[in-house]
Design a protein around this ligand. Sequence first.
Ligand code: GDP
Length: 542
Amino acid sequence: MTTRSTPPPATAPEADLAEAVARRRNFAIISHPDAGKTTLTEKLLLYGGAIQQAGAVKAKGEQRKVTSDWMELEKQRGISITSTVLQFDYSGSTINLLDTPGHQDFSEDTYRTLAAADNAVMLEDAAKGLEPQTRKLFEVCRMRSIPIFTFINKMDRPGRDPLELLDEIEQELGLACWPVNWPIGSGDRFRGVIDRRSRQVILFLRAERGRQSEERVLQIDEAASSGLVEPELLAAALEELELLDGAGSDLDLEAVHRGELSPVFFGSAMTNFGVRPFLDAFLELAQRPIPRQSSTGLVDPLQSGFSGFVFKLQANMDPRHRDRVAFVRVCSGRFEKDMTVQHARTGKSIRLSRPQKLFGQDREVVEDAYPGDVIGLNNPGMFAIGDTLYLGPRVEYEGIPCFSPEIFAWLRNPNPSAFKSFRKGVNELREEGAVQILYDTDQSKRDPILAAVGQLQLEVVQYRLEHEYGVQTRLEPLGFSVARWVSGGWPALEAVGRIFNCKTVRDAWDRPVLLFKNDWNLNQLHEDHPDLGLSSVAPVVS
Ligand code: GDP
């Protein structure tokens, strides 16, 4: 008699993983201060039922009773340094919104967060169009070719012509646009949008005081006879839509996922007009957690072995513990609490015993996490930006580059007896990625030059040197605003000979970096030496 082995049961863990990946969408919002990022975030969270009341995103932080010095700095400046990773469920999807620090707290972390995002939502103020910070963040998204969804906000206020706004994105960013919906009216007469694919009219009805605004979804002829929208506004919107359809092709989802075509939406976050249609279409069109490049090729998120990388380190978030948190983007497999993983850079095994999930400033211990999620790990100094953690066959993800600094200052240590602590502090803060460090090529000038993308980074370094290393320091600003790494290193630079209107310095890996006062001087160098390869992003150190 032959015994027939029972077929293997449908492997539950694999099915779980596939299901978890299929439902996950992860994104970051890129925008210029005041475009409405906080307002949009609050409205999105309302749909997820994650908060009860708009305003909670900011209020939460303010209500917390905090005592740590670190939090003091936040309070003094009235800003939030702590990172926010917001996870919420909506309509069968699990959404991870990676908050990119903005405003005065703009720093290299803002860029690094984009390294962990699978999609970006580019938020524009309809009256202003493209603004400087949005352009910079867009460039980082472009480096990674991630899909970009555009939300044109503040349609309830007088704004620029929608066609002109799209033209600006196409011309200036070289990003093709595909409006998923089209506005009916604007300013006081912003009545709703027409969904381009279904041709349904979505009308927004202003709320009575204290109530949620309402939405009515109608066919075109129903809308025309509803009395809810002026016929001339509807006709004008339809006409523009005809023009768009006449000029363009269908929505090419592959082009969206390659980061070449941006689906565009119109709305008003403040009045909650157009947020639901945006969220629904975003979930349909956005990229799921995708395979990620590593030293051994692409790693599939469905691969059973857990892997992830550190994209951000944060000091002393929790007032009760003067700890550091390493933020890890999960890339493959299922992460479980108490897992022992390999640390690719050092080859050590590490047990991850207190992983945390973060919601705004609240933290809870996580039991598990899936590709697309972000977890916070306590980091007693063992993690660095870009580190890979994995289980199973060795993988190492591509590092995160150093982004082009724009603010430079000598860091002086007036107290020679504190030199050791000063040097230790500077090195540790650099390793942690708090700031970039450059040195003069003249060896006699040993003080480091701090190089940052935001002023806050300099303040944080000074603050931490004083409070964690006991060293008081002085900053002397340097009048440069542009840095470029030289592609061929020192030999390439020497071959060019003397360069004017530029200071040559070296980075922590002894690579030449050129500092310029402005773009004009940089362009001059390009013209004088077109063959000299320059990069605004530091090569990744492997
Ligand atoms: P952030 O700096 O990008 O986070 O912008 P906020 O969400 O804090 O918004 C900046 C200002 O714009 C606030 O006064 C908001 O109330 C306002 N705002 C945001 N969205 C809209 C909108 O859709 N319409 C109008 N009229 N104002 C808005």
